[in-house]
Ligand binder design. Structure first.
Ligand code: PAF
Length: 284
């Protein structure tokens, strides 16, 4: 596995891959790699891509500084996971090269509206502008590629798709299904902060998503089912919504078709995300 930290080496590597007639499969991460990331590496490999993973803990996507500081930094373990899962090239860009002005505000940013303002965007101001800005830089340095993202961060994918469309990045976005642990909890670096009891209690989130996957005739019934399950388990609901797959606008009761059930709930202060596809039946 190649290991780089400079933008020049990373850019050259990606150019050489393309010159050899192969495609770069970019897997952007912030580290603390788990099986969810491994499934992205695996998918890129199975598509025949040369897998280029990046680990960059992006400070400008954290609305709360203490969350950035508390984020796990486990570089050695991450390198071992990347190597064991067939990553061809691991890039650990430096903060100095990614955001030369940090901690001053970076003068050049991608700012978005609409899909970035709702759901996660409401409680985490500036979060998706930070995500869009860093992904724009990762895509710019990597050049034409496929880029892989996990569906646990469903809104993040919607934001990135919109940015890619609006700024015409030469990239094919590939998404991978959520990986879950034995109790059904969507894998996340935050799960490590749960006590064993809270981990079991957090099952209510995937149960609420599953309950919304029953075929019914209106979105409000699905919302009600999810919220009832979450409240019964004592979860603090940040949102539990049925939304349009692209715009993320809430579905209203006149609508039928394919939507997304999407939840963020706190279990003892730990913010957990989950989502899944739902179908609302047309009324007879
Ligand atoms: O999903 C993540 O890990 C991050 O938001 C990403 C896409 C790597 C950008 O920092």
């Amino acid at each position: 596995m190649e290991l780089f930290s400079s933008i020049a080496d990373w850019r050259n590597y990606a150019s050489e891959v393309r010159a050899s007639g192969r495609r770069v499969g970019l897997v952007p991460t912030m580290g603390a790699l788990h099986e969810g990331h491994a499934s992205l590496f695996e998918k890129a490999k199975s598509n025949g891509d040369v897998v280029l993973a990046t680990i960059f803990l992006n400070p400008i996507q954290f609305s709360v500084k203490s969350d950035y500081e508390a984020y796990p930094r486990v570089a050695e373990a991450d390198r071992a996971v990347a190597l064991a899962n067939g990553v061809d090239c691991l890039v650990e860009p430096t903060l100095e090269e990614m955001w030369p002005d940090y901690p001053e505000a970076t003068p050049t940013k991608v700012t978005m509206k609409g899909v970035s303002d709702t759901l996660e965007g409401e409680g985490r101001p500036g979060h998706f502008n930070g995500v869009a800005s860093v992904v724009a830089k990762l895509l710019t340095v990597t050049g034409p590629c496929r880029a892989y993202f996990g569906e646990k961060d469903f809104q993040q994918i919607a934001v990135i798709r919109q940015m890619v469309r609006d700024l015409a990045f030469d990239v094919e976005i590939v998404t991978c299904a959520i990986k879950r642990d034995a109790e059904g909890l969507a894998l996340s670096s935050r799960n490590a902060r749960l006590s064993p009891e809270d981990h079991t209690r957090a099952k209510c989130i995937s149960q609420a998503i599953a309950a919304a996957q029953a075929e019914v005739e209106c979105a409000s019934e699905l919302r009600h089912r999810m919220r009832t399950i979450l409240r019964a388990a004592g979860a603090e609901i940040v949102y539990a919504e049925i939304v349009d797959n692209v715009t993320l606008r809430p579905a209203d009761d006149s609508q039928a078709g394919d939507f997304r059930a999407i939840i963020t709930a706190k279990i003892d202060g730990v913010r957990l995300l989950d989502n899944g596809p739902v179908t609302i039946k047309a009324k007879n």
